[in-house]
Design a protein around this ligand. Structure first.
Ligand code: MSP
Length: 646
């Protein structure tokens, strides 16, 4: 985080594709990292763009009766418009058909050719049109492309080769001595595994007789350049290599190339050896993230399970979509996308937890002071507890940015949000107002608003529009909320004017499909309604920290008796581990008092006491039910009462 400059890139996307959730994820992740670095005062450059040469583009254009460039000019707009919609703050959008890029690629080719790094030879092998890659006989899997499983074509032709193989030992040593170079570490091992076999030279040309849509080789006009060799160079041409020396010196080497795991070899073998031959320093980190899957399978057009970002944006808005992608995926691993999980996280984290905290604080403040955020009085332990939770969210977010663990940073911020709601319940400012305890009331309102201010700063890179709105409610004009770099210093909140607000994240009512039981979703003001498709998906996903709020314990039933006037209820006296409690349980139709006495059961130990049929119940037991059948949850073996379950 304290780096002097931060240069981040995404892969350049095939211009032919329709942007989907995978493209959106990489670009949003890069955007959030760029915003985070800018927010800490770090000089930042963010590059994305499109990969526009190659056979697929040539074929698609021919089919539409257009020139390849006309086709690209039309399709590139899909990416540019989506990035605008998603609030992407790239500093440059590079297209590999731009003249400056073509010139840089040609100059590099000529120099490498002049230095003998590129040579001509006969080539025999196999070619995958889909991946635009060559394979040797031994690379093939069951005679098919090892990458995509499609048919390959036998090819024999004269071509140009880059002497990649001679850099193998150097590359192995570089990877081993630079642990940050390929991240996560298991991807470095994958590359080292690949490098255990002999590394061949790389075919970097295509005869125009087979493919004309590419950058012409400057030393042989019968050929164009292999699309990957051309595309990788965008990372240096995009920051001024051979066109703007000052810019290039300022930004290169890149801090982070973000890629998906499927393009690891091209980035961790081809690209470093190309840079070595050109004579340029290596990027600091190449980070390969996992894939978004649907229903735990790879997305593909033929399976019809490709998630279109626009559908999700329409349901819950851009910021919620950005939030979901970043909160849900732990960047090295795959993640599963489901609409139900998206809506459940929206309703839980954003509508219930964050949105609720904001509306409570704004309403209470407007009621208590007319909106003026009061200066706090002397803090108590409750304030210290909440402040500590927010401090640890700040630290976790900074670690998350530095170590590419944004999901963990976001998780810590949401814990702070929940701590804010618990703080309000504990301090009950509504009661303080009734009691006329103004000093304490002011302390509580200030502390909760200050927690919200810091939370908004931490989440602003992920949800820029919503957090700017939250800032406005706290009395900060758009763009003046401050940055992550300022969070260790005291803010200037007291004295600002807070306004009441519409729900920041209106709850979305999730209607079950007709043959599914209705989902328990509270009705709310200004709620939107969407229909969730009838897929076998979990109803509402919770995080591990949500789950850890529920304290499950073993308990022994000491005594049981019927509850008067109830056929369903038993009153149980239980040993909950060093303390006796009374539970009321709806199990009388399934267990007699004798049958249940002496059993070790599982209880929710931190449930608020409630009166059921006039009898107090201090907790709840767990049971499983199918139709009319009900069975208690017990434990497998013998453990004393009070043992933690989880
Ligand atoms: N044009 C090349 C990259 C050249 S970079 C010098 C390319 N383009 S792509 O459009 O096919 O893919 C771009 C990125 O999208 C890759 O990083 C790929 O991993 C990512 N994704 C494609 N499908 C994905 C998911 N389902 N999930 C996450 N990312 C995935 O490859």
């Amino acid at each position: 985080m304290s780096q002097e400059k931060f240069y981040i890139t995404t892969p350049i996307y095939y211009v032919n594709d329709r942007p989907h959730i995978g493209h959106a994820y990489t670009t949003i992740l890069a955007d959030v990292l760029a915003r985070c670095h800018r927010s800490t005062g770090c000089d930042t450059f963010f590059l994305t763009g499109t990969d526009e040469h190659g056979q697929k583009v040539e074929k698609a254009a021919a089919k539409r009766g257009m020139t390849p460039l006309e086709h690209c000019d039309e399709t590139v707009v899909r990416f540019q418009e989506l990035w605008k919609k998603l609030g992407i703050t790239n500093d440059r959008f590079i297209r590999t058909t731009q003249e400056f890029h073509v010139r840089v690629v040609q100059e590099i080719l000529q120099e490498l050719y002049d230095r003998g790094e590129i040579y001509r030879a006969e080539y025999t092998g196999w070619y995958c049109v889909g991946d635009e890659r060559f394979f040797t006989e031994k690379d093939l899997v069951d005679g098919k492309c090892p990458e995509c499983g499609r048919e390959v074509t036998a090819i024999q032709e004269s071509n140009y080769f880059f002497r990649m193989g001679k850099y193998r030992d150097w590359l192995v040593d570089y990877i081993q001595t630079h642990p940050d170079f390929i991240q996560p570490a298991f991807r470095a091992n994958e590359t080292l595994g690949f490098l255990r076999q002999e590394l061949g030279d790389l075919c970097i040309s295509r005869p125009k007789s087979r493919l004309a849509w590419g950058i012409e080789l400057p030393f042989d006009t019968d050929y164009v350049c292999y699309v990957w060799f051309d595309a990788l160079i965008n990372y240096i041409s995009g920051v001024g290599y051979k066109t703007d020396d000052a810019a290039f010196r300022r930004w290169w080497p890149a801090s982070c190339h973000l890629i998906g795991k499927d393009i690891l070899t091209t980035h961790t073998v081809y690209w470093p050896t190309m840079l070595k031959a050109i004579g340029l320093p290596m990027p600091k980190t190449i980070f390969a993230h996992g894939w978004w899957l649907t229903g735990n399978t790879k997305m593909s057009k033929s399976l019809g399970n490709v998630v279109n970002p626009m559908d999700m944006i329409e349901r819950a808005g851009v910021d919620a979509f950005r939030y979901f992608l970043l909160a849900e995926m732990s960047p090295g691993n795959d993640a599963n996308f489901s609409e139900a999980a998206f809506l459940a996280r929206y309703n839980t984290d954003l509508a219930n937890d964050l949105g609720n905290l904001l509306s409570r604080v704004s309403k209470l403040t407007v009621r208590a002071t007319g909106g003026r955020i009061p200066a706090p009085g002397a803090p108590t332990e409750a304030e210290a507890e909440l402040n500590a939770e927010v401090d640890s969210a700040v630290a976790a977010m900074k670690r998350g940015i530095a170590d590419m663990k944004l999901d963990q940073g976001i998780g810590a911020v949401l814990n702070a949000v929940r701590a804010g709601n618990r703080y309000l319940e504990k301090c009950a400012p509504w009661t303080l107002a009734k009691q006329g305890n103004t000093e304490r009331l002011h302390t509580v309102l200030f502390t909760a608003a200050e927690a919200l201010r810091r939370i908004a700063v931490l989440l602003a890179p992920v949800m820029p529009e919503k957090m700017a709105r939250l800032g406005e409610v706290l009395g900060y004009a758009c763009g003046t909320l401050g940055s992550i770099g300022d969070l260790d210093r005291p803010g200037d909140l007291a004295g600002r004017t807070m306004s009441e607000t519409e729900p920041l994240f209106p709850r979305i009512l999730v209607e079950s499909a007709p043959d599914q039981p209705a989902r328990p979703v509270k009705p709310a003001k200004a709620a939107q309604t969407v229909q969730v498709s009838n897929r076998p998906e979990p109803a509402e996903l919770i995080t591990i920290s949500d789950f850890s709020r529920v304290q499950l314990r073993t308990a022994r039933v000491l005594e049981a008796m019927p509850v008067p006037d109830s056929a369903k209820l038993l009153r149980l006296r239980i040993d909950a581990g060093g303390e006796e409690r009374q539970l009321v349980a709806g199990v009388a139709r399934h267990y007699t008092p004798q049958a249940i006495t002496g059993k070790t059961i599982i209880i929710v130990a931190n449930l608020k006491p409630a009166r059921i049929c006039g009898v107090e119940s201090q907790g709840m037991l767990l049971a499983a039910r199918v139709g009319d059948e009900l069975r208690l949850l017990t434990i497998d073996g013998d453990l004393p009462p009070g043992a933690v379950v989880g």
